[in-house]
Design a protein. Structure first.
Lengths: 82, 306
């Protein structure tokens, strides 16, 4: 699946999985698609980002845990139905 | 009898001209436009504008209908200096194409303006056979295959996700594959990491991976990067690639790859697997969400084994 997406992106064809999360359950043999939206509060790509370089990664594993301006981290991804 | 000068002057009466910067703007805006290079195939191969299709002047009237199905679509024609294409543009105008534009100064001026050009390497007989099934697909074709051969993809991780992805990309003829992994092959990897073989146990994964990929397709330039991706090397590594495939197995790396790709404006084809479940998405800077939009915080250590 990743290879197909990479080829599509290189060729500029089809509909890439941008803003969509495809999940695969091998036991149930089911695919599900979840629409993803950009989080305006995202510390990286939101409207007022706090991550502007990679310096937080120098702080080790804690780097991942950054939350924007004291905001409680959302428990689930923003989704608009499957 | 008309002189060439008179013919060109007549054509200029009906055909507007645009400079290289105007065409560049049209292409960047994403509006529909068909660019046709009317030079001979050998001139086209030596260098052309990437968006262009090659229909030599002599075949233009015969083949234009398949290249431009809607006569309302703007068509930009160019040749070497803008003269042949001016006459060609007039012919298209007379056929009923409503918006035919001549690229003023032609390919020469485009290239001199420092705008990007591509050179077409001739495909070998072996390559023509190897990729023949791609040529049958309208969306790929000969042009798409050359694009794949020029493509550069960085694979982060040569493990469970990176192995099949690398194999398929190499088979498809993606010209440059960066294979980054700091691990050595362990016997427990072999049940799923199909780049490596039993004889590779103890060897660096990028070494066995490179050998497998080269054996599958010698066209591919595999760049082994036998090191873990870190905050200190990530920007320097990803800058050389068109896109990144994240097949990493831990949250720290995923956040790092996500942040670096966003900051460098690179698309990131993300995948992850846990037991029987897998997921995939594409993070494209400013076109959609990033990994942090999806997972603002990593799960507590120990909750999810990598």
């Amino acid at each position: 699946m990743q290879a197909t997406e990479a080829v599509k992106l290189l060729l500029g064809i089809g509909e890439p999985l941008i803003g969509r999360l495809l999940t695969y359950d091998a036991l149930g043999m089911r695919f599900r698609e979840v629409r993803l939206r950009r989080d305006p509060n995202c510390p990286l790509c939101g409207t007022s980002p706090t991550i502007k370089d990679l310096s937080i990664h120098h702080e080790g594993a804690a780097a991942c845990a950054i939350t924007p301006n004291g905001r409680e981290a959302a428990a689930a991804p923003a989704r608009t139905g499957a | 009898m008309k002189t060439l000068k008179e013919m060109l002057a007549e054509a200029r009466q009906v055909i507007p001209e645009e400079g290289p910067a105007d065409l560049q703007r049209r292409l960047a805006s994403g509006e529909p436009v068909t660019v046709i290079d009317v030079r001979d195939p050998d001139e086209f191969r030596d260098g052309h504008i990437e968006a262009a299709s090659n229909i030599s002047r002599g075949f233009l009237e015969f083949r234009v209908a398949s290249a431009v199905p809607d006569p309302k679509t703007p068509v930009v024609l160019y040749c070497q200096t803008g003269l042949r294409s001016m006459l060609a543009a007039k012919a298209l105008h007379e056929l009923g194409y409503e918006k035919v534009i001549n690229l003023q100064g032609g390919y020469q001026k485009w290239a001199q303006s420092g705008l990007p050009t591509v050179k077409e390497a001739t495909l070998s007989t072996d390559q023509i056979q190897r990729y023949s099934r791609h040529f049958l697909l309208n969306q790929v074709g000969d042009k798409g295959q050359r694009r794949l051969l020029r493509g550069k993809v960085l694979l982060i991780g040569a493990g469970g996700l990176g192995s099949p992805t690398a194999l398929y990309l190499a088979a498809a003829g993606v010209g440059t594959l960066g294979l980054m992994d700091g691990d050595v092959v362990d016997i427990t990897n072999l049940q799923r990491q199909v780049l490596h073989t039993t004889a590779d146990i103890g060897k660096p994964k990028v070494e066995s991976g490179t050998r497998t990929l080269k054996a599958l397709n010698p066209d591919v330039n595999v760049i082994p990067l036998p090191t873990r991706i870190t905050v200190d090397n990530v920007m320097d590594v990803i800058k050389d690639y068109d896109l990144v495939v994240d097949g990493s197995d831990n949250f720290e790396t995923r956040y790092l790859v996500n942040d670096a790709c966003y900051l460098a404006g690179k698309r990131n084809v993300h995948g992850s697997i846990f037991q029987f479940e897998g997921m995939a998405t594409v993070f494209a800077p400013n076109e959609g969400p990033c990994y942090r939009c999806l997972y603002p915080t990593p799960p507590p250590p120990g909750l999810v084994p990598s």
